[in-house]
Design a protein around this ligand. Structure first.
Ligand SMILES: [Zn+2]
Length: 112
């Protein structure tokens, strides 16, 4: 599964940044045009996190709506696919947002 590799990647980046401290929460930005399924990431996360510094951490996924701008008429609009034509009939759409896949935030347990 595509998302399994992505989740492994995320967990290893966060683990490295945590420098041995326990991670309690991770927030991801996932664009609707990124081709990544948030449900699949959530599903993989608990499995991948097991035995790491992220074991038991909560994963929040912040879904970013896709936005495009028509190169013909300049109209900007929300879109969940890049293949949807603009209202003016043009199919030349510039991507403005929605391809994000990044770690927005992580919370680390305070040292006792
Ligand atoms: Zn247009």
């Amino acid at each position: 599964m595509h998302e399994l590799g992505i989740t492994r990647n995320i967990v290893s980046i966060v683990e490295e940044a945590a420098k041995g401290r326990r991670v309690t929460r991770v927030t991801l930005d996932v664009g609707q045009l990124s081709g990544v399924m948030p449900e699949a990431i959530l599903f993989c996360f608990d499995i991948v996190a097991k035995g790491t510094l992220l074991d038991g951490a909560k994963l929040d996924i912040n879904s970013i709506a896709g936005r495009g701008r028509c190169r013909a008429c300049g109209r900007a609009f929300e879109t969940s696919t890049l293949f949807e034509p603009c209202g003016c009939g043009s199919r030349s759409i510039e991507r403005l947002a929605g391809e994000e896949l990044k770690i927005r935030n992580m919370e680390i347990e305070e040292a006792a």
